[in-house]
Design a protein around this ligand. Structure first.
Ligand code: CUK
Ligand code: CUA
Length: 631
């Protein structure tokens, strides 16, 4: 496709990025060479022609992909392999199409005075026996230190928690076995514990914690103070451990301080040991927070630390990913070291049970993979795939061969390399976080796209590329422009999800609104009524295409108005919207759903409302008037 000159241009651009990135981390020993990696030359990516992965119009995709939306604050669902965007699920952001952040129902989930933006990185779908069970998707908010749970039947968040005592939730992972009973949320930034302003200036007293949340009740179970900081995290396949990378073991405040040590570490928590201590009452609390806090720092333990194992790991490690299908190994990707560190989970159990003497004894390989390894994913044939940010490549390597090489055998564990465009962050193969790993597709979430798409101003699309990994050699099959800014993604089989097509009337998402109607003596399914209660006015109406049940209501300037709309259409996809002109109000009402909004009618005059989801040939006529009498 590209001629020779394009290729040269391409290479020089790649080198520019790589060199500038290396300069940017001057002081880090990024050299280290490629070792065995140099034996396999990388190929420039070529789009496959006669693409057998093409999904024809009318055909359905094989996988649901869950994409984080980065600082857009949302989660997205893509069909894979078409990479068609199917849905945006607003979580921490305000969304005018759905009314998220506008309706009373969404505000109940968001909580009082919630910040209306976020930074989502790590979507994780719940498991039963390390297989996706399609119940929930959990997502972190790095910006405002929150964790949300999304119900995957209606694809809306139903719980959002602000995590106390820590700052910036980055890593997020789920218990896999026997099922997702716990959510683990890693606090990234170190702060004074009880960060109430009492002391600010002594960074030697800044710390962070791992937080454990009950996945069903969404209540806090415990927090554990750690040395260093926490970045990414993942669990094992036994239900006992959670591991997190630490890139700031020096607890530095500045870049040079953070980059100081040759090795940082991977910290691994023994969850039952922590919970036994909590159950025995051996914990403290911080400030006003009731959450039990245990101390997993080395200084808090004489002899062996019962809660945490700190495994020295080169250098500023980033991604933490357990290898399927059995979960035997965990790979921690080196970032500033050209290596990945392979930890064997059974050795971790041995260490906690007293059988090993050196924390490094849990490491079974440390392959050199290339420059800037960030995240690792897997196929079902024993291969790992690591994203190389600085090399703008995906490298495929064999885990067992890397272990043989670590034990001194002459073996090349590198299997293949492919160029990606450009500067890849996360990487994820189909079902690679579960027992059902199938080694078919891999998505490469590239941070730069530059010349891959038509320019649209200074802000460029990200480029989420899709790679076919079924063969010996990887094959790039799709360029997918995405909006700011997916960090992580996962793919589950289409049959592993069973979303609702219409709401049921007893859905807990709007149960509080139903209770309010009940108290007003209103039957939501049939009544169109205005209830006045002092200066509070509640307007109940139905919607059936192409009409609202109420086309006119009258209030007084200054009244607090609550509008409740119940969509009595029953046919899938016949959604209505309620949009109130000049009031910033718009929200969704899907079939059999009840939605509500509360506002102050502060502008006298006639104000039209209309349906905002095109529902019928007479959709434009689906409207009504709010008449506001001057005070
Ligand atoms: S992080 Cu963004 S590329 Cu938040 Cu998982 Cu590694
Ligand atoms: Cu109802 Cu458009």
């Amino acid at each position: 496709m590209s001629d020779k000159n394009d290729h040269i241009k391409d290479l020089s651009r790649r080198n520019f990025l790589r060199n500038s990135a290396v300069t940017g981390v001057a002081g880090a020993s990024l050299a280290g060479g490629f070792g065995a990696g140099a034996l396999v030359r990388s190929r420039p990516a070529e789009a496959a022609t006669n693409n057998e992965h093409h999904v024809e119009p009318g055909e359905l995709d094989e996988y649901y992909g869950f994409w984080s939306g980065g600082h857009s604050g949302e989660v997205r669902i893509l069909g894979v392999p078409s990479m068609r965007e199917l849905l945006r699920i607003p979580v921490f952001n305000v969304d005018s199409a759905t009314g998220w952040g506008i309706t009373n129902e969404s505000k109940r989930v968001l909580g009082e005075n919630a910040p209306l933006n976020g930074d989502t990185h790590h979507p994780k779908v719940s498991y039963t026996d390390a297989r996706y069970d399609g119940r929930y998707c959990f997502i972190n908010d790095k910006l405002n230190t929150r964790v949300a749970r999304i119900r995957l039947d209606i694809m809306r968040a139903d719980k959002i928690l602000t995590i106390p005592n820590v700052q910036s939730i980055h890593g997020l992972t789920l218990q896999r076995v026997p099922s997702t009973e716990r959510v683990f949320a890693a606090g990234e930034m170190i702060v004074p514990l009880n960060n109430n302003g009492e002391y600010l200036d002594d960074p030697s007293e800044y710390w962070t914690m791992m937080t454990c949340i009950d996945a069903e009740t969404m209540e806090f179970k415990w927090q554990a103070i750690v040395d260093g900081n926490l970045d990414n995290c993942d669990t094992d396949y036994s239900g006992r451990f959670v591991a997190a990378s630490c890139y700031n073991s020096a607890r530095g405040m500045t870049l040079p301080e953070m980059m100081g040590p040759e090795r940082d570490w991977t910290v691994i928590f023994d969850v039952p040991a922590i919970e036994a201590a909590v159950a025995a009452g051996n914990y403290t609390t911080i400030g006003d927070s009731p959450v039990p806090v245990v101390d997993a720092r080395e200084q808090a333990h004489q002899g062996r630390n019962a809660f945490a194992l700190y495994v020295p790991t080169p250098r500023s490690p980033h991604g933490v990913n357990t290898a399927p299908p059995e979960g035997k190994y965990c790979v921690v990707s080196g970032k500033l070291s050209p290596t990945c560190t392979v930890i064997e989970w059974s050795h971790v159990a041995e260490w906690f049970d007293g059988g090993l003497s050196d924390p490094r004894d849990v490491v079974v390989a440390e392959p050199e993979v290339g420059l800037g390894p960030l995240h690792t994913t897997y196929d079902n044939r024993g291969n790992a795939y690591t994203s190389l940010f600085l090399d703008s490549q995906v490298v495929k390597w064999n885990i067992e061969d890397s272990i043989r090489a670590y034990n001194g055998e002459e073996v090349n564990y590198i299997r293949d390399r492919i160029d990606v465009h450009y500067n890849i962050g996360h990487i994820k193969a189909s079902l690679a976080c579960s027992r059902d790993v199938d080694g078919k597709y891999l998505t490469a979430l590239c941070k730069f796209s530059k010349d891959r798409f038509l320019p649209v101003g200074p802000m460029h699309a990200e480029n989420d590329q899709l790679i076919d990994i079924t063969g010996e050699q990887m094959k790039l099959i799709h360029d997918g422009p995405t909006y700011a800014e997916p960090h992580d993604a996962l793919m589950i089989r289409a049959d592993q999800l069973n979303p609702s097509q219409v709401y049921t009337r007893d859905d807990p998402y709007f149960a509080e609104t139903v209770a309010m109607a009940h108290a007003d003596g209103v039957t939501l399914e049939t009544d169109n009524k205005v209830i006045r209660d002092g200066n509070k006015v509640r307007v109940y109406m139905t919607s059936v295409a192409p009409s609202f049940g109420t086309t006119e209501f009258r209030v007084k300037q200054g009244d607090e108005v609550t509008i409740v709309v119940t969509n009595m259409d029953t046919i899938e996809d016949v959604s209505h919207g309620f949009a109130l002109v000049n009031h910033g109000i718009n929200f969704e009402i899907h079939p059999q759903q009840t939605s509500s909004v509360t506002f102050v009618a502060d502008k006298p005059g006639v104000h039209w409302y209309y349906c905002s989801w095109f529902c019928h040939a007479l959709h434009m006529e689906m409207s009504g008037r709010m008449l506001v009498e001057p005070a």
